[in-house]
Design a protein around this ligand. Structure first.
Ligand code: SF4
Length: 192
């Protein structure tokens, strides 16, 4: 008998109802059999925190044979009581999604093809483009309404769009980095 965890709880709930109406000698064998097929059976559990946003929902991360097999909300978290939003509930895909790209892909300007590139090459490109664009377009001073020059130290030629897949600390660092360079167009995917 192969049941997933949700089926197991449904079955267990139905069985409990059977007990409530007075059945004696209830056969628990199917429930016990189902329990042996639970995905998290014999998995090691670790307490963690959802990496995505500042709500900081607690998670239970189950691992077996060096692989994460399940991530659930931690019922001991006082402000969530075990709940996760849809994004947090899908955290397991950070580790186990076979569709997740694992190589750096580059599409040259005007091209319709993606090519694999080494990660170091990507970092160099990003650094070079940031640097060159800033050198060319950085605005140090501009005229105020009264005609007097004021210091603005602003860069309008680069826009930064944070990803929903970067965590709190990465968001913090990206914001600091962008502000340091003078970027004003700084947004997050979740807000657009
Ligand atoms: S589960 Fe949702 S609300 Fe909670 S920390 Fe993760 S992203 Fe934020």
């Amino acid at each position: 008998m192969s049941l997933n965890r949700r089926d197991f709880f449904k079955y267990a709930g139905t069985s409990a109802a059977g007990v409530a109406v007075g059945a004696r000698g209830l056969d628990l064998a199917p429930v016990e059999a189902a329990a042996t097929t639970l995905r998290i059976k014999e998995a090691k559990v670790a307490h963690s925190v959802c990496p995505y946003c500042a709500v900081g929902c607690g998670q239970l991360v189950y691992a077996k044979d060096g692989k994460i097999v399940d991530i659930e909300g931690d019922p001991d978290t006082p402000h969530t009581l075990g709940r996760l939003c849809p994004k947090g509930a899908a955290t397991i895909q950070l580790s186990n999604n076979p569709l997740r790209p694992t190589k750096a892909l580059y599409r040259a300007p005007g091209s319709d093809k993606w090519e694999e590139k080494p990660l170091d090459w990507m970092y160099d490109q990003i650094a070079k483009r940031y640097h060159d664009t800033r050198e060319k377009h950085f605005i140090e001073k501009e005229k105020g309404k009264d005609g007097r020059e004021i210091t603005v130290n602003r860069l309008e030629a680069i826009a930064s769009l944070g990803s929903a897949c970067i965590d709190n600390e990465e968001c913090y660092l990206l914001t600091k980095f962008n502000r340091l360079l003078g970027l004003v167009y700084h947004e997050h995917q979740a807000r657009i």
